[in-house]
Design a protein around this ligand. Structure first.
Ligand code: CP
Length: 317
């Protein structure tokens, strides 16, 4: 594996899930593969789970992990080609990325979208510039449009908890939120579940919240949430801002928040969320604290997803 920025970078999703679950059973079985190797984890935006799980994963493989909060502690980076840098940016990615390429063996980056220009965000300009100029493998810690380590974790969590021989019914549901959030987690979840291809996949959201078809093609889109939830085995809850009316909050309708009453429509569905979550806005206390929530297991699995990806990169570079 040369880079990890989307589901397309993985040849065999089931194989990498198996690798992750082997690490869960025996975290230190490859504890020397990364000795004398260094990963730089660059955060242009905040994080808890991604930051900690990636460091733990790297250390389990014997790697040194160095975290740099570029967004709050580094020079303000410029990404535009040919920019006349007479404004607030101090250093061009063309100059910074090759240096990081010399300091590290793998570079992992979190770069959120601006939610101002859809064209700019969906070009993935920031992470693409690091790929172009760093000269070493790049791992996405969540980019402008995708969150692949989260989605790999989500497939791992579904595979390890589903006990039936049939295909699970998985429902991705929009949920209300007070702020405009990126589409990354929803896009990425849709991309991975479609690429995995072993589930009945339904997406439900209010009108106006359609995601980019490049990610959702293959899913059944249903605008009636109660209809979508019928016989679901897994409900993936997430808010996102509008893709068409880019970055806008079109609804805060509280009736879209998942409750125990809605859960009765399902096949005793397990409930997932990437976290962080706004309690009693995006998801109710009764769901988060109830027996159907598997969010802690899901977040814990972030370590094994990251470890499997780092192993793949270390083995092929
Ligand atoms: N789910 C997730 O990426 O969590 P953090 O933003 O805390 O890393």
């Amino acid at each position: 594996m040369k880079q990890f920025i989307s589901a397309h970078d993985v040849k065999d999703i089931n194989a990498i899930v198996e690798k992750a679950l082997l690490y869960k059973a025996d975290p230190f079985k490859d504890k020397t593969i990364g000795v004398n190797k260094r990963i730089g984890c660059l955060f242009l935006n905040p994080s808890m789970r991604t930051r900690l799980s990636t460091q733990i994963a790297a250390q389990n493989l014997g790697m040194e992990a160095i975290v740099f909060n570029v967004g709050s502690e580094g020079w303000s980076l410029e990404f535009e080609e040919g920019a006349i840098m007479n404004g607030s940016t101090v250093e061009h990615v063309k100059d910074a990325a090759p240096i990081m390429g010399n300091y590290f063996d793998i570079l992992a980056i979190r770069t959120f979208p601006t939610l101002k220009s859809r064209e700019e965000d969906y070009s993935e300009q920031y992470i693409q510039q690091f790929i172009k100029y760093a000269g070493i493998p790049i791992v996405s810690l969540e980019s402008a449009t995708l969150h692949p380590l989260q989605s790999l974790t989500d497939v791992i969590t579904i595979k390890e908890t589903f006990r039936e021989t049939r295909r699970p019914k998985i429902v991705l549901t929009w949920a209300p939120h007070v702020k405009p959030l990126p589409q990354c987690v929803a896009n990425s979840f849709a991309q991975w579940i479609n690429a995995w291809g072993e589930a009945e996949f339904v997406i439900t959201h209010p009108n106006g919240y359609e995601l980019a078809e490049q990610f959702t093609n293959g899913a059944n889109i249903v605008h009636d949430q109660n209809e979508a939830l019928k016989e679901a085995d897994y409900i993936y809850v997430k808010n996102w801002s509008a893709y068409q009316d880019y970055g806008q909050v079109l609804s805060t309708d509280p009736s879209w928040m998942l409750t125990n009453d809605k859960l009765k429509l399902t096949n005793n569905a397990k409930v997932m969320h990437c976290l962080p979550v706004r309690r009693n806005v995006e998801l109710s206390d009764e769901i988060l604290d109830g027996p159907n929530s598997i969010i802690t297991r899901e977040a814990s699995n972030r370590v094994w997803a990251a470890q499997a990806v780092l192993n793949e990169i270390l083995r092929s570079n």
